[in-house]
Design a protein around this ligand. Structure first.
Ligand code: MN
Length: 736
């Protein structure tokens, strides 16, 4: 196992200004935390974080990354906590270790190959900092290097996951060397027979062709030297996995594969790359269709190189990659090649140039990772904020469901299957029962509780955030709602005929359908119920000589006596004399979690009542406003988490007060309706504060009522009583 001074020595080799005391503290802390834990190999557990740190010193990463690597398994596997790590090593390292802990939890979930793309995104969503991904990749590399100690039945799954997720991630981050090693190790455990066969052939071949490789290297270098170019030429056998991929892709046998070797020509300057290309192409015939210039058009991960294949010395096909030393570094190390460790010896100008190159490179990488999403909005220095607009959750069986941010278990249910959504009645998140309108978070395991024969409440349509859920809810509720409207419409139509002194029958109305431009009886009744057709027009359609008396409240009848039996105008607001508002009397609002100095008030238009889950929003110079958690107004503060306060009700049964709430009642436009509504609220111990009347649909009026109630249960009881009355077609809580 690596000794303490060896770790420090490794870092000091590339960073003479390293904080040795910090490295030593981390070493001792992790050593103590892991104690006597061992690896599957029987080695002390501590050997693993140290090897991970060692891999990262090869990438010349900064102290925070190295220390995080040493500590990366402490929170998850030992008694260590984030607070303790923050305290001892600072919050930068604390955040990195916590990021790694979150990712580690994902390893526990079973994964399917089809989910790989989503899982890569999940990794990115969870890793706030690119350094978390670098440590994670090093962690995976060491685990793959020691995979043969793990029980055989587990190996294939870990190997497959490496091929699906971690190797491509390394590739996208431009780290080819790491990618190839991960792929090759994974291939060995995932398809042992194929690996074995190819390895044996490669070994034979390298024995046979060892001298050939050297000969080609020598001849190429010598040729270039005659043109005054000093180049480093290195040949190597390809790795088993890349040979396998080639065989798969081209469906050729090993014997037919001519390009088992690859040669790299490394030069100092960019223009030399093209000179080398010219010399090589004029000296040896080139193989058509194999030339690619990734210098003038770099790959998305900033890979730059010229590729060509020639029939070279000894008439052997030789694959060449021509590039500068700097391009080679980027090709091998990718994101890590770019000054994540700042070289203190370099001059300021060098450092600046390096940093700006690193920045633009990182930017491009993030764009690649984001794949067409607009990364500008998410990019913040080296933070990987992409996919922060999404949450990734799991079904109890481990299937991954990607949802937009703000999604609820309702969205989750519909994403699983429309039937699951339509029959959802409750849910458990991470084993605990929560409301269906809760917001889901990354990594949540969601179990939907179902009841057959259920119709989703129409209100879900406004709660759901995914289009799929919304349209499914609309489809499912449309039929049910239509039935309700038709019932209401029938009542309105029958009364209208009664008031007009005319006889009503379905047959008569059916005969008049063309005059109403409707195709069925239900269609007409539902339209009346929805307020799209005026009941008087229905009467006139059946009895064309009937003179419609338009009652007040309809657009033409503004200010007339009529609706509800009182004189009123559009948008009229009047105060109902009642008890004094508890809130206006200046007593303190009974809420916990708030420091007594700040003024507290309820949100306008409804506010919160005891029983609601609530949050406080802090406004500088104004104090705290309390909102119910479901309030749509809260979305305005989504991007200002610092203003959100966690608050709770602080109510004692002996000390009761009323709280303001707002409801909207849609009722049939008939004399006496308002009186009925007011009476219901009064009988149920509600206290009306103000009433505002408006109306768009002919046979209906909308009444917005500010009232005061004891708590949520009381408010719900009043709403239920109102809904039970035939004159009332709809009641909704505002902000509720
Ligand atoms: Mn680990």
């Amino acid at each position: 196992m690596m000794r303490q001074y060896e770790l420090v020595e490794r870092v000091r080799r590339y960073n003479p200004n390293t904080d040795e005391a910090l490295l030593n503290r981390a070493y001792v802390y992790a050593m103590r935390a892991h104690g006597t834990q061992t690896r599957a190999s029987g080695d002390p557990y501590m050997s693993h974080p140290l090897e991970v740190a060692a891999i990262l010193t090869d990438l010349k990463l900064d102290d925070a990354t190295i220390v995080s690597a040493v500590l990366h398994d402490t929170i998850e596997d030992t008694e260590a906590t984030r607070e303790e790590i923050d305290h001892l090593f600072g919050s930068e390292i604390g955040a990195l270790v916590e990021g790694l802990t979150k990712i580690k939890k994902l390893d526990l979930v079973s994964k399917k190959a089809a989910q790989a793309e989503n899982l890569r995104k999940l990794l990115l969503a969870i890793a706030d900092d690119v350094r978390v991904l670098l440590v994670k990749l090093a962690d995976r590399l060491h685990n793959m290097r020691t995979l043969h100690f793990v029980p055989p039945e587990k190996r294939a799954r870990i190997a497959e996951e490496t091929l699906d997720i971690y190797a491509p991630l390394a590739g996208r981050m431009g780290m080819q060397e790491l990618r190839e090693e991960l792929e090759n190790l994974a291939f060995r455990h995932f398809m042992p027979e194929a690996y074995e066969t190819i390895e044996i052939r490669l070994t034979e071949l390298s024995r046979e062709s060892g001298p050939v490789i050297e000969e080609i290297e020598r001849e190429l270098a010598a040729k270039l030297r005659t043109f005054g170019i000093e180049a480093e030429v290195a040949g190597r056998l390809k790795r088993a996995y890349s040979v396998w991929k080639k065989m798969e892709r081209k469906s050729v046998s090993f014997e037919q594969l001519s390009d088992i070797f690859g040669f790299r020509v490394i030069v100092d300057r960019l223009e030399d790359c093209y000179r080398v290309l010219g010399i090589v192409h004029t000296t040896w015939p080139s193989v058509p269709g194999r030339f690619k210039d990734y210098i003038s058009t770099p790959k998305q991960n900033d890979y730059r190189s010229i590729h060509t294949t020639i029939v070279g010395p000894g008439r052997r096909r030789v694959e060449l990659q021509i590039r500068t030393r700097q391009m080679d570094e980027v090709a091998e190390l990718g994101i890590a090649a770019h000054a994540l460790y700042k070289d203190n010896r370099a001059s300021d100008r060098d450092a600046l140039a390096r940093e700006s190159r690193a920045y633009s490179w990182l930017r491009k990488t993030i764009e690649t990772l984001a794949e067409g999403d607009n990364p500008e909005e998410f990019l913040e220095h080296t933070k990987l904020e992409l996919f922060h607009d999404q949450v990734f959750c799991f079904t109890p069986k481990g299937r991954l469901i990607a949802l937009p941010r703000g999604a609820t278990p309702i969205d989750f249910a519909y994403a699983v299957h429309t039937d699951v959504g339509n029959t959802a009645v409750g849910c458990k998140v991470n084993g605990r029962i929560v409301p269906l309108l809760s917001e889901l978070h990354n990594g949540d395991e969601v179990e939907i509780v179902r009841a057959l024969g259920q119709v989703p409440p129409a209100a879900w349509e406004t709660i759901a955030v995914t289009g799929k859920a919304r349209s499914a809810i609309r489809r499912a509720t449309r039929a049910a709602v239509r039935k309700q409207y038709a019932g209401l419409g029938r009542r309105i139509v029958e009364r209208a005929f009664e008031r007009a002194g005319k006889a009503y029958s379905d047959e008569k109305l059916k005969a008049s359908l063309p005059r109403l431009a409707r195709t069925s009886l239900d269609d007409v009744l539902a339209a009346v119920g929805r307020g799209e057709i005026f009941s008087g027009d229905v009467v006139r359609a059946v009895y064309p000589d009937f003179k419609v008396e338009r009652v007040a409240g309809a657009p033409a009848g503004k200010g007339e006596i009529g609706w509800f039996g009182i004189k009123q105008a559009e948008g009229l607001v009047f105060k109902v004399p009642g008890q004094e508002s508890a809130i206006e009397t200046g007593r303190s609002i009974p809420i916990r979690g708030i420091d007594g100095e700040l003024p507290v008030k309820f949100a306008p238009n409804g506010g919160a009542v005891p029983g609601d889950r609530i949050v406080g929003i802090l406004t500088k110079g104004e104090g705290i406003t309390i909102y119910p958690i479901q309030s749509p107004a809260l979305t305005a503060f989504d991007d200002q988490p610092e203003r959100w306060l966690d608050v709770r009700w602080d109510i004692e049964d002996t000390h009761r007060h009323r709280f303001p709430a707002q409801i909207t009642v849609t009722a049939i436009n008939e004399p006496g309706t308002l009186a009925q509504i007011a009476a219901i609220i009064g009988e149920n111990d509600g206290n009306i504060d103000t009433i505002a009347v408006s109306g768009r649909a002919a046979d209906f009026r909308e009444v917005v009522i500010d009232l005061e109630v004891w708590d949520l249960k009381h408010l719900n009881a009043i709403i239920a009583q109102l809904k039970a009355r035939p004159v009332v077609s709809r009641v909704e809580r505002v902000n509720g």
